[in-house]
Design a protein around this ligand. Structure first.
Ligand code: ADP
Length: 298
C-alpha cells in the first residue's frame, strides 16, 4: 500500500481533504478497520457521522471498486436485503477508493440468522430472466470473474467459473497440465448432478466475512461478486468455511426445501471457491481441490 496515503493506520491529509470535499464536511478522524483481504479499510469520522472507506493502490482497483459498487446497487434495487449505501467511488493521487455508509455491527444471534435466511431467500426468489451471467465481468477477491451470459447453467458454470480458475491454477503452476479435466468431462460431471434451475441473483461470495448485522438486528450484505446463477451456489459458499447459524438454514429452507443431488452440487459449487482460494492464497487449498476434481471429474 502506498505510503503517501496509508501511513500506519492513517490516511494522508490530502486524501482526508478530498473526502471532506465529497462529504461536504470536515473529516476529523480516521481509524483502521481490520478484516479485509484485498484493500485497506477505514472508519472516517465527521462531527456527526461515521463513514466507511476502502482504499487500494493497485492498477485494477478503481475498476474493482466500480464493480463492487455496481453489485451493491444491483442488490439494493431488489429491496430484499440491506447493503451499505455508496457515497463515492473514485481516485485521488493514484489511490482508488470506495466510500460508503458505515454499518455499526454486532455479532449475529439466532434471530438475526433467521432474518438473514429469509431475506437472502427473498433475493434468490425474484424472477430474473432466462440467462445465467451478468451485464459485466466483475471480481472474486482480486481475481476477474467472467460473467458472459449463457442460457444453460452447466455450460455457464464450466466455461465461466471452473475453467477460468483451472487455467489460472495451471498458469501459476498450482496444478499440473494432467490435473486439469477436459471441458467435456467437466460438463458431463456437472450435468450428472445439476437440475433445471432458474437464474437467481447471487451475492456470489457469501462467506461469514461478507455479511454483517447492524445494532438493530438488520442484515447487510457487503463485498459481493454478483451474477445470476443457481441459488444453491450462495448456500454452498456459506457452508465452506462455516459461521452461519442453524436458524439461517432453517429459515432459508422454508423457501427452498432441499432437492436431490444437493450434497454433490454443494461440493461442485465449493470447488469454484476452493480454486479461487488456491489461486489467491496458494497450495494449502491444493488437496481439497484435488479431492473434488478426482471425485467428480476423473
Ligand atoms: P476486502 O474487500 O479488502 O476484503 P471487506 O469489504 O471485506 O474488504 O471489508 C473489510 C472489513 O471492513 C471487514 O471486517 C468488514 O466487516 C468491514 N466492513 C465492510 N464494509 C463495511 C461497512 N460498510 N461498514 C462497516 N464495516 C464494514
Amino acid at each position: 500500500m502506498d505510503l503517501k496515503v496509508y501511513m500506519g493506520a492513517m490516511l494522508s491529509s490530502s486524501f482526508k481533504s478530498h473526502i471532506s470535499q465529497i462529504l461536504g464536511c470536515k473529516v476529523l478522524k480516521v481509524e483502521a478497520v481490520l478484516g479485509g483481504d484485498i484493500s485497506k479499510a477505514f472508519g472516517v469520522y465527521t462531527q456527526t457521522q461515521r463513514f466507511f472507506c476502502k482504499v487500494n493502490d493497485s492498477p485494477c482497483a478503481l475498476h474493482m471498486f466500480n464493480m463492487e459498487k455496481a453489485g451493491l446497487e444491483h442488490i439494493e434495487r431488489t429491496k430484499t436485503i440491506g447493503v451499505p449505501k455508496i457515497l463515492a467511488c473514485g481516485q485521488h493521487e493514484g489511490i482508488s477508493y470506495l466510500l460508503m455508509e458505515f454499518i455499526a455491527s454486532k455479532s449475529a444471534d439466532s434471530k438475526d440468522f433467521e432474518t438473514l435466511g429469509h431475506q437472502l431467500a427473498a433475493m434468490h426468489s425474484l424472477a430474473m430472466g432466462d440467462s445465467f451471467g451478468w451485464q459485466q465481468d466483475n471480481y472474486i477477491g482480486s481475481l476477474t470473474q467472467s460473467n458472459k451470459n449463457h442460457p444453460d447453467w452447466s455450460l455457464f458454470y464450466v466455461q465461466e467459473r471452473l475453467l477460468p480458475q483451472l487455467i489460472t491454477a495451471r498458469e501459476k503452476r498450482l496444478l499440473g497440465p494432467d490435473e486439469i479435466p477436459t471441458e467435456n468431462s467437466l460438463v458431463k460431471g456437472c450435468q450428472q448432478f445439476f437440475t433445471h434451475t432458474k437464474p437467481a441473483l447471487l451475492h456470489g461470495d457469501l462467506w461469514s466475512g461478507n455479511y454483517c448485522i447492524d445494532t438493530h438486528g438488520l442484515p447487510y450484505l457487503i463485498d459481493p461478486a454478483v451474477y445470476y446463477g443457481h441459488h444453491e451456489v450462495d448456500i454452498a459458499m456459506t457452508k465452506l468455511f462455516g459461521g452461519f447459524g442453524t436458524s439461517f438454514y432453517d429459515a432459508y429452507s422454508e423457501h427452498f426445501p432441499g432437492i436431490d443431488g444437493a450434497k454433490e452440487r454443494t461440493d461442485i459449487y465449493q470447488l469454484y471457491y476452493l480454486l479461487v482460494h488456491l489461486n489467491l492464497f496458494g497450495t494449502s487449498y491444493y488437496s481439497a481441490v484435488k479431492h473434488l476434481l478426482k471425485k467428480y471429474f476423473d
